[in-house]
Unconditional design. Structure first.
Length: 173
């Protein structure tokens, strides 16, 4: 029990240090998020965290449990002078999740821009669960926007409406 308390104390201190350092920030105005030139609404009970320490801005939206793999991620990457066509080609050739089977693709409109969506299914060896993943990508204002949606296959369709709340309200400035 003493060892458990010792490790729990160390873990608590580490989490506090990460939060204070600004590596992860919680930016929340009710169920609205706005930072890094994007804004969106998200469902009740979901949480947003963001990380701008990795060189590109990352936003994570999850349905409450830190151990639940149901989440939506937005990564914003400067396109470094690439044309929109070249940037989209670069994303398309690098975004396929390794070991997952491509099952469909479609296009949609996000904030007035055509976005491309690819859907995959595969086994996650870390959680030993079959996962469904959607990648959505588009280019706007000299940035590439990569959106990853993931959930266990058995709950993906149940969570679809929650994902759509975020995607349908996403605005890029």
């Amino acid at each position: 029990m003493r060892i458990l308390n010792k490790y729990l104390g160390i873990l608590t201190v580490l989490v506090f240090i990460v939060l204070v350092s600004g590596c992860i920030s919680f930016e929340d105005d009710g169920n609205n998020y706005s930072a890094y030139g994007v804004s969106f609404n998200y469902p009740e009970g979901w949480y947003v965290t963001s990380d701008n320490e990795t060189g590109s801005n990352m936003i994570f939206v999850s349905n409450g449990s830190s151990f639940n793999p149901t989440e939506l991620q937005i990564q914003i990457v400067p396109n470094n002078g690439l044309s929109e066509k070249d940037a989209l080609n670069q994303i398309k050739t690098s975004e396929s999740p390794q070991g997952y089977q491509h099952i469909s693709n479609t296009t949609l409109t996000i904030n007035g821009k055509t976005a491309y969506q690819d859907n995959y299914i595969g086994h996650d060896p870390n959680s030993n669960v079959t996962m469904k993943i959607s990648t959505i990508y588009f280019v706007k204002n000299e940035n590439m926007y990569l959106i990853l949606i993931q959930a266990p296959e058995k709950v993906f369709d149940q969570e679809k409406q929650n994902f759509e709340v975020i995607i349908n309200s996403l605005k890029v400035q």
